[in-house]
Structures are given as structure tokens and as C-alpha cells.
Design a protein around this ligand. Structure first.
Ligand code: FCB
Length: 458
């Protein structure tokens, strides 16, 4: 047994998002995910977010759950169409919900970490993220939420995983709005970044002491044959659209030249106006890192659409049969997580003098039905332990990381997979009762002591 000690001031917590847990859809406007869920075949089990796990009505129980586990941070998102009405007015009742949630968290001694956008865009915003006006509307919405909650919420994430909200949604067709047009993905990506930059600027002006950032998802790619230039090149292009499209303008104020060249006619040059890149590069205080897996890639025959974790149309993901997989089919690669964190520290956050937070990490396990008795999710514990070891190694290598938030505290609506994939530390039965799994107790002990115990080969 090896034991690793995390710093005494390290933050331990969990993450969720509005559409995936809240339900109470009748009390808010439609988001693009409500519309997408109505498309036949879009969601694996034909489900939607109408009720989800009814967090809207059970939030006090859920906060008590978090507090009972001893977690000190809870990352949640605000549903834009719950807070704003189609005519641009504020839905005060919707805002009241978050007000009460934040109060409950503060009373329980839990640090609220608020994400302004986790994909549930109001359906009434014409053109969605392909329209620059959506970025303008995001500023209005963000300032409304900030005005109500900033006395208690001190950490603000503008966007969750803009790659998913652009490339996977507008080119990949797998997320709302389900389009398959490459040029739309680039336009959406630019407007998402602009929305992030404008809101960072506006919140900084209103609230200089707030901690501001965004959460990006990283899926490091490795060439199947490092001596084959075609494989190396397809990895470069995948890294370009998936990672550097976002990190380079945010940290260095420009889009990479190779990416612009690769995009060709799809590049939204006409949409990038004077001042946009300066706005996007408004300094942030923390980079949120979401990590689940890595992949081996080779150049091959053009695949239809966009793979879950790739963007280059000729990227073929190569199976690594020696690696264990989660229930998503994602290979379990904690060493790639450590290497990613060290790379991000050297290339971006270190030079900017800011920290990183792991804003999502976790795994889907095909857990048994909770009605059959307590769930002993040893695979989830092993996954989390291996990835926390990677975080510890990255810290030892010099990376400034002060927070780890597991995805997720509770089983929930896993987007296009509906309720078929379970990421929670806590199960939900058919009556929506909350039933902690073995991983919840394990994580609670870990967060209280900060001591990670690993079997020799974990
Ligand atoms: C991330 C999302 C999150 C959840 C996990 C499994 O990409 O941000 O909402 O679905 O994947």
C-alpha cells in the first residue's frame, strides 16, 4: 500500500449541471436540449430532462448529502432559460431557486462554485451560438445572476467545455442542436469564446475580487505510429480544434495559424472583429480542467461525422486492448492526465501565474440496480484513486492545482446517453431516493483526511 498526502488546504468537492439534475422543466423556458430531446433517436433511451433527478425540489436533501460527505466545494450550473424570459426580462422565481440553493450551501459550510453555461442555451435565441447576438445576450444574463448571487458566490466559471458546445454540437451532431456543418462549429466556437471574454471582463469590472475562469475538456491524443508523419499530423489537427482553438486565444490572444490554415473555407474570419481577441484574452484566475480519457489516433479513411473525442475527419481512434475501459467505452489512462496537467502548467497556467482546478473527473460504471442492495462500485473507486494519484504527481511536478471536483455527486441525465450511463457517487432509485454507493464513503474519507491510499499497482 502506498499513501499520498494532499496539501491541507486542498479543496474536495463534486460537480453537476442544471439540465442533468434539476427537472422542473415546466417552470422555465425551453433550452436547446429540450428541443433536441424531442428529436426521435437523439437520446439513447428516448428520455429527457423534464424531471431529471428532481434536484429542483430536493436540493435541500442534496446539499445535506454533500455536507454529510464532508465535501467543501460544490460546482453547479445555472439554467439560463430558468433565469431569463424570452422577452429579455428576468424570471425572478427562477433566480430565487439559485438564491436558496446558495444559501443552503453556505449554511452547510460548502463553497458554491457557479458555472454560468453548461449547454442549456435558451431555445429562443435565433441561430444559437452561430449568432453573435447570443454572446451579447450572455453578458446580460451573467450580470443578472451575478447581481443576485455574488455576495455569496465567489468563484465563477463562464463556460463548461466550449468544444462540446461548438464542435460536438454544430459539426458532430451528437449534442444539441445536432447540426453537422463544420463552418457552424467554428462560428459557434468563436462566439462562445467571445461570450467568455466579455463576461470575464464585465464580472471583473463589477467584482474585482471574484475568482473567474472557464472549464475546458481535454482528451490528449497520441499518434498510433510516432514515426508516421500522417499520424503525427492528424494528432496535431485534433489537438488544434479540440484544445488549442480554446487555450491559445484565451491565454495568448490569437488563433493558431496552423488551425486557420487547416480550416480553410470553414474558418469564420469574417466573424472575428477587431477587439474580439483582446476580449477573449481577458485574464482569468483559474483554468478548470475536465478530464476523462485520452486516445491513440491514426490517419485513415474519412469517418462520417465527428468522433466523440476527435474533430479531424480523418482521425481514426485506435483501440488499446490492454487498457481497461469505463462503461462509456473510454480507455482508462491516468498517466495521460498527469502529463496533460504538467503540459498545461508549463504552456499556459504557469506563465500566466494562475492555478488549475480539476472541475470534472469521474467514470461511468454499469452499477447494479440500487433496489438490489448497496452498490459496491469498486471500479469507480479504482478510477478515482488512479486519477487522483495523477493529480498528486502533477502537483509534485510543480503544477498549481488546488481543487478536485468529482463528476458527479449523483447519477443523472448523461446527455445523448439519457439515463443509461451512471457517473454518480450516489445512486437514484425509481422513486428518486438518493442511495450512496461505496465510492461516496470512500471519497468522504479521502476528503476529510487528504490521504490517498493506493494498492501498489493502482
Ligand atoms: C462532460 C460534461 C458533463 C458530463 C461528463 C460525463 O463532458 O461536462 O456534463 O456529461 O462529461
Amino acid at each position: 500500500m502506498t499513501t499520498l498526502q494532499f496539501p491541507a488546504d486542498f479543496h474536495w468537492g463534486a460537480a453537476t449541471s442544471s439540465f442533468q439534475i434539476e427537472g422542473a422543466a415546466e417552470l422555465r423556458g425551453d433550452s436547446i436540449w429540450d428541443v433536441f430531446c424531442r428529436q426521435p433517436g437523439a437520446i439513447a433511451d428516448g428520455s429527457d430532462g423534464t424531471v431529471a433527478v428532481d434536484h429542483f425540489h430536493r436540493f435541500r436533501d442534496d446539499v445535506a448529502l454533500l455536507a454529510g460527505l464532508g465535501l467543501d466545494t460544490y460546482r453547479f450550473s445555472v439554467s439560463w432559460p430558468r433565469v431569463m424570459n424570452p422577452d429579455g426580462s428576468v424570471n425572478e422565481a427562477g433566480l430565487d431557486f439559485y438564491d436558496e440553493l446558495v444559501d443552503a450551501l453556505c449554511e452547510a459550510g460548502i463553497r458554491p462554485w457557479l458555472t454560468l453555461y453548461h449547454w442549456d442555451l435558451p431555445a429562443w435565441l435565433a441561430g444559437g451560438w452561430t449568432n453573435r447576438a447570443t454572446a451579447e445576450a450572455f453578458v446580460d444574463y451573467a450580470l443578472v445572476v451575478h447581481a443576485r448571487l455574488s455576495d455569496r458566490v465567489r468563484i465563477w466559471t463562464t463556460l463548461n467545455e466550449p468544444w462540446c458546445a461548438s464542435f460536438l454540437s454544430y459539426a458532430g451532431g451528437q449534442h444539441a442542436p445536432g447540426h453537422r456543418v463544420a463552418a457552424e462549429a467554428y462560428a459557434a466556437g468563436h462566439h462562445l469564446l467571445l461570450a467568455h471574454g466579455w463576461v470575464t471582463w464585465a464580472l471583473r469590472a463589477a467584482d474585482p475580487d471574484a475568482t473567474l475562469g472557464l472549464s475546458l475538456n481535454f482528451t490528449p491524443g497520441y499518434p498510433a505510429d510516432p514515426d508516421n508523419p500522417a499520424d503525427v499530423d492528424v494528432v496535431r489537427r485534433t489537438d488544434g480544434t479540440q484544445h488549442r482553438f480554446f487555450t491559445e486565444p484565451v491565454f495568448h490572444g490569437e488563433y493558431p495559424a496552423d488551425l486557420i490554415a487547416d480550416a480553410g473555407a470553414d474558418w469564420p474570419g469574417g466573424l472575428v472583429r477587431d477587439g474580439d481577441l483582446a476580449a477573449i484574452a481577458t485574464p482569468i484566475d483559474v483554468l478548470g480542467v475536465n478530464y476523462y480519457t485520452s486516445q491513440l489516433i491514426r490517419a485513415g479513411a474519412a469517418a462520417p461525422g465527428v468522433g466523440v473525442h476527435t474533430t479531424a475527419p480523418d482521425a481514426v481512434v485506435v483501440d488499446r486492448p490492454d487498457l481497461a475501459r469505463t462503461d462509456m467505452g473510454w480507455e482508462i489512462t491516468p498517466d495521460a492526465f498527469r502529463d496533460l496537467l504538467v503540459r498545461l502548467h508549463h504552456e499556459y497556467t504557469g506563465p500566466a501565474g494562475i492555478s488549475m482546478a480539476i472541475t470534472e473527473n469521474g467514470c461511468a460504471v454499469d452499477d447494479p440496480d440500487p433496489a438490489a442492495g448497496p452498490i459496491d462500485d469498486v471500479e469507480r473507486i479504482a478510477y478515482l484513486a488512479g486519477h487522483l494519484r495523477a493529480v498528486h504527481e502533477a502537483i509534485e511536478a510543480g503544477a498549481a492545482i488546488d481543487t478536485y471536483l468529482v463528476w458527479s455527486i449523483i447519477d443523472n441525465f448523461e446527455w445523448a446517453f439519457g439515463y443509461t450511463k451512471r457517473f454518480g457517487l450516489v445512486a437514484v432509485d425509481s422513486e428518486l431516493n438518493r442511495l450512496p454507493k461505496a465510492s461516496a464513503g470512500w471519497y468522504s474519507d479521502l476528503s476529510r483526511l487528504g490521504t490517498l491510499c493506493l494498492p501498489e499497482q493502482a
